[in-house]
Design a protein around this ligand. Structure first.
Ligand code: ADP
Length: 547
């Protein structure tokens, strides 16, 4: 017997319809590529998303056709989130920080039919336009006044002209909630990038989880600044959750430096922000240098890479901002865990509380996880045993676009399928997961594993260290030994020996790095994460003392 409740599909269009009807006056503020601050509301955004859907119809874009973007965080990008997916096409957000030839490869692989881009990325488009044979038109996300005068692009259109020509009467179609809504390619640090194809159902379920109090806690009381790009796994679902809840959205556009972010946070009374640790490094560095404070920001979500304990303390002790550590992957839409504390932690002292908050957190409902040994046997949740982290759930990848890379899942003894994350982790008795490392970054020293994250965290607690990466370097006796690569803070000094002494009493003796290399910069990937494979390449010939 089926239940007798209304069978309404979970569709992305319902989020913007809800936002328009129930909190249509809530603001969306964007720093534009054109240089100014732009203000709109959910109501106006909905109207423009409907014009856009009409324009897409006029251009012959049908169900499941891919429509790509190369764009910063801003209101036009949100219009594309709703206009494209709402009409049943697939929004393909491309990371513009990828090398141009990879952007072209991804566009061809996805068979994108249109490519919308911010003016910043015109040089990329000029370079790749001829190679993108499936793209019928390139649309500059600007108005007629800012259109580039001459380009080498034959089929170039203007976003504002495109939607101005259309009516805002549009009935969002109803269809199967399992229809594809959007896609993101993994960064391809190992092999070709792989396409992850989200559905309306997976996105809506993920949105509920994101909004939950022990998820990212998104409510109508918040003004949210997602620094995490809308091309980095849908800005962790914030553009959807904010529309669901009625939160104000504040978009930084292309200005991601510490000064611009701080100004925007203060001017727009931002209460919550989200981004990777390297972005916060820039913001905190700027604030320290100019002795600045936050007047409204109460919380920040840190994910994409491990939150260094020193950064957690700076946010909480110096600025009174709660740092919420979260973990996920492109293949997971992306949220898997968030590190909200439980009632029992109220009794914890400060140090014990920081130890909990430094972990990646508990699984949100919808995600199941387990750690297994090499044979696939589940390991205990004791906070000590570490193993390969596997996940399953309705917003986790089942297969990659066009079957790339074969079947990504593993089947356990009970016949359940799991996605292996490639991360190594512990889970404690309270359900808090902690990433030890990415399996390919773990340093294997004489059969023992050293967590590069642990070693980096100690370095980051030294006042002269701006950024650190720990990598394994070949060693004749131990196979691999840790090398610490460090960027110093401007105007600060520290020597190799001082840094190594800083490890005394903080990690086991055999985990202390064998050497320190000082560099001007650590190579960063397209989503603001350190590229350890590049570093390993760079230091392949590095001779460790005594090796
Ligand atoms: P990529 O970086 O390969 O483009 P993702 O953005 O999907 O792909 O990154 C997912 C990976 O990032 C995870 O598997 C994990 O290794 C790392 N990661 C994400 N969040 C955290 C976190 N809070 N702590 C440590 N590592 C994290």
């Amino acid at each position: 017997m089926l239940g007798l409740m209304q069978d309404i599909p979970l569709l992305i269009s319902s989020l913007i319809v809800h936002a328009d009807r129930h909190h249509g006056d809530v603001e969306i503020v964007s720093r534009r590529v054109e240089g100014d601050i732009h203000r709109t509301t959910y109501r106006e955004l909905h109207s423009r998303a409907k014009r856009l859907a009409n324009a897409l119809d006029a251009l012959g874009i049908g169900m499941s056709d891919r429509v790509a973007t190369l764009a910063w965080n801003g209101y036009r990008h949100v219009e594309l989130y709703y206009g494209v997916a709402g009409k049943g096409a697939v929004l393909h957000t491309i990371n513009p920080r990828l090398p141009a030839d990879q952007v072209a490869w991804i566009t061809q692989h996805a068979e994108d039919t249109l490519l919308f881009f911010d003016l910043t990325f015109l040089p990329i488009i000029e370079k790749i336009a001829a190679q993108c044979t499936t793209v019928k038109a390139f649309v500059a996300m600007t108005d007629a006044a800012h259109m580039p005068a001459t380009t080498g692009i034959a089929n170039l259109m203007c976003y504002e002209d495109l939607i101005a020509a259309q009516d805002d009467r549009y009935e969002w179609p109803a269809f199967d909630e399992r229809v594809a809504s959007s896609m993101c390619y993994t960064s391809g640090t190992t092999g070709n990038p792989k396409g992850v194809l989200y559905s309306h159902r997976s996105t809506l379920l993920h949105t509920f989880a994101v909004a939950m109090p022990d998820g990212l806690s998104v409510s109508a009381k918040e003004a949210i600044l997602p620094v995490v790009p809308m091309f980095h796994v849908n800005a962790w679902g914030i553009p959807y959750a904010a529309a669901m809840a009625g939160a104000k959205l504040v978009f930084p556009g292309p200005a991601l430096d510490g000064k611009s972010l701080h100004e925007l946070i203060e001017a727009e009374k931002v209460t919550l922000s989200a981004g990777v640790p390297t972005v916060w490094q820039g913001l905190l560095g700027h604030m320290e240098q100019h002795d600045l404070r936050f007047s409204t920001m109460r919380r920040t979500i840190v994910g994409g890479a491990a939150l260094p304990p020193a950064m957690l303390r700076t946010f909480e002790e110096r600025y009174g901002v709660t740092a919420l550590h979260a973990w996920g992957m492109t293949e997971m839409s992306p949220i898997g865990t968030a590190c909200a504390t439980r009632a029992k932690h109220a009794a914890c002292d400060r140090e014990a509380l920081f130890a909990v908050k430094g972990k990646q957190g508990r699984a949100v409902f919808g995600v199941d996880m387990k750690i297994v040994d090499q044979a696939g046997t589940e390991l205990p949740w004791d906070g000590i045993a570490f193993g390969d982290l596997l996940v399953r759930g309705p917003w986790i990848v089942n297969e990659y676009f066009r079957g790339e890379g074969g079947n990504p899942l593993v089947t356990d003894a009970s016949g359940l399928t799991w996605f292996p994350t490639g991360d190594v982790a512990t889970i404690d008795a309270d359900g808090y997961m902690q990433i030890t490392d990415r399996s390919k970054d773990v340093i294997k020293s004489g059969g023992e594993w050293i967590s590069s994250i642990d070693i980096e965290n100690v370095a980051m607690s030294h006042p002269a260290v701006a950024m650190s990466a720990c990598i394994g370097v070949a060693h004749p006796k131990w196979d691999e030994r840790p090398l610490l690569v460090v960027v110093k803070k401007p105007g600060k000094e520290v020597t190799r020996d001082e840094l190594l002494r800083h490890y005394e009493g903080k990690v086991a003796k055999w985990q202390v790095p064998d050497d320190v290399a000082f560099v001007d910069a650590i190579p960063m990937g397209a989503t603001g994460k350190m590229l350890k494979n590049k570093l390993r390449e760079q230091f392949r010939e590095h001779r460790l003392p005594g090796a």
